[in-house]
Ligand binder design. Structure first.
Ligand SMILES: [Fe+2]
Ligand SMILES: [Fe+2]
Length: 193
C-alpha cells in the first residue's frame, strides 16, 4: 500500500500536467526577458523529467494493456516536444522565434495531455481500467522524479533523447528575414516551377 501522502501514478502525472500548464500561462503573461527565460527553463525541466518518467516507467507498464496505436503516438508526441525543448534550451528570449517555439510547444503539450487524460478513452483511463497498480507505479515515478531533479540541479538539463525519431537529418535553411525578399531566379525552389 502506498504511503498516505504518496499520490498514485495518475494523480502524480496529472499534477505534473497542471504545473506545466501554469508555467506556460505565466510565460505568456511575463513581460521581462529574464523572467521569460527562467520560466522557459522551468518548463523544459518539468517536461524533460515528466517525459523520462513516463517513458521509463508508466508507458512500459501500459504496454499490452492499452491501445497500441495510442501508446505509439504518445512516444512520437514526446519526441516531437523534445525537438522544441532542445531548440528552446539552445535559444534565448532575444531570438526571433523563441516565444513562438514556447507557444507551439504549449499547444503540442495541450494536445498530448488531452490524449492522456481523455475520460474513458484516454491512456490514463485505459490504464486504470486495465488494473495497473497505480500506487506501486506512483512510488516508482516519484522516486525517479526526485532522482532526475537532483541530477538536473547538479548537472543541468540533459540533451533530450528521442525514442522513436530516427535522427533523420534536416537542413538549416536561410534565416527567415533573409529569404523573405523577392527570390531571384536561382533561389526559386525547383518544385515551385
Ligand atoms: Fe503526461
Ligand atoms: Fe506523456
Amino acid at each position: 500500500m502506498a504511503a498516505a501522502d504518496q499520490p498514485d501514478a495518475i494523480a502524480l502525472l496529472k499534477a505534473d500536467h497542471r504545473k506545466v500548464e501554469g508555467l506556460f500561462e505565466r510565460f505568456e503573461a511575463a513581460k521581462g526577458k529574464s523572467e521569460k527565460e527562467a520560466l522557459a527553463r522551468q518548463i523544459c525541466t518539468e517536461l524533460t523529467v515528466h517525459t523520462i518518467i513516463e517513458e521509463e516507467i508508466f508507458y512500459p507498464a501500459c504496454k499490452g494493456k492499452t491501445e497500441e496505436d495510442l501508446l505509439d503516438e504518445s512516444y512520437v508526441e514526446h519526441d516531437g516536444a523534445k525537438v522544441l525543448i532542445a531548440e528552446i534550451e539552445a535559444g534565448g528570449p532575444d531570438e526571433e522565434f523563441y516565444a513562438a517555439k514556447v507557444k507551439v510547444l504549449s499547444e503540442q503539450i495541450e494536445h498530448h495531455v488531452g490524449e492522456e487524460e481523455k475520460p474513458a478513452e484516454g491512456l490514463f483511463a485505459q490504464a486504470r481500467k486495465a488494473g495497473l497498480d497505480m500506487n506501486a507505479l506512483g512510488q516508482l515515478l516519484a522516486a525517479r522524479k526526485q532522482e532526475l531533479l537532483a541530477q538536473i540541479k547538479s548537472q543541468g538539463l540533459p540533451t533530450p533523447e528521442t525514442r522513436t525519431f530516427q535522427g533523420a537529418e534536416v537542413e538549416r535553411g536561410e534565416p527567415l528575414d533573409a529569404s523573405s525578399s523577392e527570390p531571384s531566379q536561382d533561389e526559386t525552389r525547383p518544385g515551385a516551377r
